[in-house]
Every structure is written in structure tokens, then in C-alpha cells.
Design a protein around this ligand. Structure first.
Ligand SMILES: Nc1ncnc2c1ncn2[C@@H]1O[C@H](COP(=O)(O)OP(=O)(O)OP(=O)(O)O)[C@@H](O)[C@H]1O
Length: 256
């Protein structure tokens, strides 16, 4: 996979939540959760089942509204007040666990559609791609290692390749923040490695939040890790730091 070498610049806060609460009936799935994300950071959120990780991503992309509190994107954009499509336009892109590629279309066509969706409904029906658009698509194919597969029907790709195509479709929106939910689920070791490298490359230009259960993967690729437990912030830091945290050992790693 080709790497785009861009030096990380000094970091600014791109996302901040303070005392965020999301309640489903009597259950506080998110309970006064505070979180901070720097620009160009590959930030993993870990925690036991039911900790509230996916619910947090749902709030960030507008799928779920906060019960109280909010999340500030780029200092002033209150994500909790926006609809999903508005959040996409503000620069937050999410890849869901469930596949969303068009399996009967070529890899190239999938990326073209993603690009036109970004530009609006009429572009999907009418507009031809400019030379610049085509170049952008080719750059993306190179980034995800699918240049040789551009004419292949997307449905025939290997599992890992489909996941990379989906990531590329999110990137066609040129988001400043990318959200990924368990991106390596079902992948081979080699695919996991390539995915980790791809995430590192992506995070050279934008912030990335990954919800992940595979601790070896997190250890290898995370810039920073936040541990959630019962909807709240438990601790954050490097993987080494959170692994040594007493509370994490007690509630999450179980002192095995
Ligand atoms: N739409 C919903 N309605 C009711 N309860 C919900 C809803 N979505 C999530 N929950 C509950 O909120 C809690 C947090 O769920 P969430 O999926 O965010 O956890 P998670 O950390 O992502 O877990 P996992 O690692 O198992 O995916 C769980 O108890 C879950 O059952």
C-alpha cells in the first residue's frame, strides 16, 4: 500500500465532549462522558461490551441525539444539534460495520458514486467527472492498494479489499474526522496489517477514531487510547499507560 508522506503538524483539538449523556429509557448508555481528540490523531476507543463505544460514534455521526451535553467539532460545531447529512457536510465521515458498497458495480464506479454523492444529487444523475476528479479517484485506488482491481466487480473482492473500498468511499467526502467501528473484524492477519498501515496513512491528514476489540491491533497502531466503562471515561493515554492503569486492570482486563 502506497504511503502518502505528510508530516504531522502541531496538533489542535478537533473534537471535545463534556459530560455527554445518552439515555435509553432507564439506561445511561453514555454517562457524563468526557473526551478529547487532537487533529491528525489515530485514536482508539476500547472497553468491555456495552461500555457505550458504538453509542458514542452514533452521537458523533448524528444517528443518536444526546440526552444532555454535547460534542464540539472544530471548537464551535455542536454535532448533537445537527442531522446526519449536515454532519457529513461539516466533515465527519463514518464507516459502519455493515457493508455499504454496491456489489454489482465495479470498484471504480463505487468510488465515482461516492464522489458524486459528495457533490449532490444532480451530480449522481448528470455530471461527468472532471480530470481532477478522475485523478483523485486514482490516488484513492493507489492508497487502498486496489489500482489493479479498478474494473473488478466490487462484490467479488476479498473481505479485506471490500473494507478498504468502503474506507475509500468515506474518504471521497474528504472528511476531517473519520469514524470506524471494528474495521478489522473478519480479516486475515495480512489484511489487518495493511489496514493498520492504511489507518496510519489516513491519520496523517485527518483525525481518526476507531472502536476496536483487538488489543494487539490497538497496541500496534494507536496514537492514543481511551477506555470506556459503563458509559464513562475510565482513562486515556498510550496503550502502555492504559494497560498499567489499576482501574482498567480491574474492570476491563480482569487481572488475568
Ligand atoms: N437503541 C438502543 N436502545 C436501547 N439500548 C441501547 C440502544 N443502543 C445501545 N443500547 C444499550 O446501550 C449500552 C451501550 O451499548 P453500545 O453498543 O454503545 O456498547 P459498546 O461499547 O459499543 O458494546 P460492544 O463492544 O458490545 O459493541 C448497552 O447496554 C446497549 O444494550
Amino acid at each position: 500500500m502506497e504511503k502518502i508522506e505528510k508530516k504531522k503538524q502541531s496538533s489542535t483539538t478537533v473534537l471535545q465532549s463534556e459530560k455527554l449523556i445518552v439515555q435509553f429509557g432507564g439506561l445511561k448508555a453514555i454517562n457524563e462522558f468526557s473526551f478529547q481528540l487532537s487533529d491528525r490523531e489515530l485514536h482508539f476507543i476500547i472497553g468491555p461490551n456495552g461500555a457505550g463505544k458504538t453509542t458514542f460514534l452514533d452521537v458523533l455521526c448524528g444517528k443518536t441525539k444526546p440526552t444532555s451535553g454535547n460534542v464540539l467539532f472544530k471548537e464551535s460545531i455542536e454535532l448533537g444539534k445537527l442531522y446526519e447529512y449536515q454532519i457529513v457536510r461539516k466533515g465527519v465521515g463514518r464507516k459502519f460495520q455493515a457493508p455499504s458498497i454496491f456489489p454489482s458495480l465495479s470498484v471504480m464506479s463505487n468510488l465515482e458514486i461516492a464522489m458524486k454523492q459528495q457533490k449532490g444529487f444532480w451530480h449522481i444523475l448528470r455530471a461527468k467527472l472532471s480530470e481532477g476528479d478522475k485523478e483523485h479517484i486514482h490516488e484513492m485506488l493507489t492508497l487502498i492498494g486496489l489500482k489493479e482491481e479498478s474494473n473488478r466487480t466490487a462484490g467479488t473482492l476479498a473481505h479485506g479489499q471490500k473494507q478498504w473500498l468502503e474506507i475509500a468511499m468515506v474518504l471521497m467526502q474528504d472528511p476531517e474526522l473519520v469514524l470506524l467501528d471494528e474495521p478489522i473484524a473478519g480479516m486475515t492477519e495480512e489484511e489487518e496489517e495493511k489496514t493498520g498501515e492504511l489507518l496510519r496513512t489516513i491519520a496523517k491528514d485527518r483525525a481518526v477514531i476507531v472502536v476496536e476489540h483487538d488489543m494487539d491491533f490497538v497496541r500496534k497502531f494507536a496514537d492514543k487510547v481511551t477506555v470506556m466503562h459503563e458509559g464513562t471515561w475510565l482513562c486515556d493515554g498510550s496503550m502502555e499507560e492504559v494497560q498499567q492503569n489499576e482501574r482498567v486492570l480491574e474492570v476491563y482486563l480482569g487481572r488475568r
